[in-house]
Design a protein around this ligand. Structure first.
Ligand SMILES: Cc1ncc(COP(=O)(O)O)c(C=O)c1O
Length: 396
């Protein structure tokens, strides 16, 4: 019987490192949202990525929420956010009752277009509005034009939050994603390149990183004041990572490089075996960057007789999971009232079924398909997937 193939699923270390750390947590009875694994996981991430400070939290979404609060985002503030992303990048803006303004992508990196970001700054400046923060994403592990975006944010003295949820292991000129922004976030959700079963990390890279990290830690642990009784002057959250979960994360971190190599090999396999099909291209690998290839993503051009949904359905029939490129936030009904800044003139709906428009992010969504990228896949699995996809072209 054929095995089900996942898009991306947990892949524990072959050595069983995770269980050693969990055992230590059990042996010492630190079954709590604090303990040696939590502290060491933060230290290990800080050292590996050369970040200033790291705070382990219950999810990547919680980390974005804390980054927004640390950046001073309050009710009514404007936040510029990449449109092509998963909803978790934008939802925390709504938690704070701030106002998201979505920014289009560019074709070089599929991520936030620095020129569109500039346009957004200029447009809002004319209205007398300065955003409180910018959220850029390194989608699928592809590095955004982070140095240009950093420069623009510096020019306008606005905090930059880097959503590196999907890009742990990706670098730009040797520097890790998540360390260019004032704040960076990582996700250890079950589908990520390494997982702690669920969890996240906030990286703080500001000049006052120590104080900011301490403030976040306080918010994340119910904002308890240092008094013998429970005393609170601020609203708190229960966002801290558990010591058991951190143990899994520590074990996984030891095999990060191995997983990046495996993901990159999957991408190379697809490129070699599917890259010559008419109308097919693959996600960009921008110069000077090293991509973790968290997901391998294929694009079909306008003339291609097949759609991403055709490929998804054919794979589904073979018990293989795949998914369209994430639907941009400006096309999501929940954010329908939000402003969207794009350099594409005359935006119009081009795909009624999926609700894709003519923006760059809209077109990446309409024509993109995320192929199975599970690091546990064998060469036989990859061959099986490629045969299904190639078969579609033969019949088209
Ligand atoms: C781009 C992006 N941002 C944020 C998140 C949120 O991370 P988490 O699931 O750990 O809350 C995810 C993943 O789920 C993501 O893919």
């Amino acid at each position: 019987m054929k095995q089900h193939i996942y898009l991306a699923s947990p892949h524990m270390s072959e050595e069983g490192y995770e269980q050693e750390y969990i055992k230590e947590a059990f042996d010492t009875n630190w079954i709590a949202p604090l303990g040696r694994n939590v502290t060491e996981f933060e230290n290990e991430i800080t050292a590996k990525l050369s970040a200033q400070k790291a705070v382990a939290l219950s999810s990547g979404t919680a980390a974005i929420h804390m980054a927004l609060k640390a950046a001073g985002v309050r009710q009514g503030d404007v936040v510029f956010c990449q449109s092509l992303t998963f909803s978790a990048s934008a939802n925390p803006i709504a938690y704070e009752k701030a106002v998201p303004v979505f920014i289009d992508s560019e074709t070089d990196t599929w991520n936030m277009d620095p020129q569109a970001l500039k346009r957004a700054f200029e447009t809002y400046e004319k209205r007398g509005i300065k955003p409180k923060a910018v959220i850029v994403v390194h989608l699928y592990g592809i590095c955004a034009k982070i140095r240009e975006i950093r420069e623009i944010c510096d020019e306008y003295t606005v905090a930059l939050i880097e959503d590196a949820a999907e890009s742990l292991g990706t670098t730009c000129h040797g520097q890790s994603t998540g360390t260019f922004g004032d704040y960076g976030i990582i996700s250890f959700n079950g589908n990520k390149i390494i997982t702690s079963s669920g969890g996240g990390m906030l990286l703080v890279n500001t000049s006052d990183a120590q104080e900011k990290a301490a403030q976040v830690l306080s918010w994340a642990t119910q904002a308890r004041e240092p008094a013998p009784w429970y005393q609170h002057t601020q609203i708190g959250y229960n966002y801290r990572m558990s010591n058991v979960v951190a143990g899994i994360g520590r074990g996984q971190l030891r095999v990060l490089e191995r997983r990046v190599e495996q993901k990159r090999a999957i991408f190379a396999y697809y490129k070699k075996h599917l890259g010559n099909l008419p109308g097919v291209s693959f996600m960009p690998m921008p110069e000077g960057t090293y991509c973790n290839c968290w997901l391998s993503v294929m694009q079909l051009d306008e003339e291609c007789p097949l759609t991403p949904l055709d490929i998804m359905r054919a794979l589904e029939e073979d018990d293989v999971e795949s998914r369209p490129v994430w639907k941009p936030m400006h096309l999501q009904p929940v954010f329908a009232d939000c402003d969207f800044v794009s350099l594409m003139p005359h935006l119009h709906i081009r795909d009624e079924q999926m609700g894709a428009d003519s923006s760059i992010s809209g077109q990446l969504f309409a024509h993109g398909i995320c192929l199975p990228s599970d690091s546990k896949m064998t060469d036989e699995d990859l061959q099986r997937i490629c045969e299904v996809v190639q078969g579609l072209w033969k019949r088209a």
